[in-house]
Design a protein around this ligand. Structure first.
Ligand SMILES: [Zn+2]
Length: 132
């Protein structure tokens, strides 16, 4: 299929997966509250935290990111500059939130993992027999 159509379908499916109950459950799993101070009225101020599954650090729940353990694009083969071939069965298994497909990471670990993968993929596509 054309790269353009693929991007469109991928975008919509990603969006759908983000609204799923499975995703919320995985995001909230293992979260815990920490006292971070007191309000002016003397009430204890607590914030939800969660653990990064890579560095094991504790981070505010709001800053925890969900990462696809195996990148979704491994289900996509580049055929030419404008065409791709998608293994939709594999694509959905990798995309749809489950304990096997998602992990909670801090922003730094997520950024590093994504960068590493992107560099390797671009290298492979540009290398001998590559398509870019
Ligand atoms: Zn981390």
């Amino acid at each position: 299929m054309s790269k353009k159509s693929y991007q469109m379908v991928k975008g919509k499916l990603r969006q759908l997966s983000m609204w799923s109950e499975e995703l919320k459950a995985i995001k909230n799993e293992g979260r815990f509250q920490r006292v971070v101070g007191t309000f002016k009225n003397g009430k204890v101020r607590k914030v939800w935290f969660n653990t990064c599954q890579a560095c094991q650090g504790a981070f505010p729940q709001d800053s925890i990111e969900l990462d696809h353990i195996t990148e979704i694009t491994t289900a996509v083969s580049v055929v030419s500059k404008t065409e791709v071939e998608v293994d939709w069965e594999r694509f959905m298994t990798l995309l749809w939130p489950s304990k096997a497909s998602l992990q909670r990471l801090c922003g730094l670990c997520h950024g590093e993992k994504t960068q590493r993968y992107t560099q390797e993929r671009v290298k492979a596509l540009k290398g001998p027999g590559g398509l870019l």
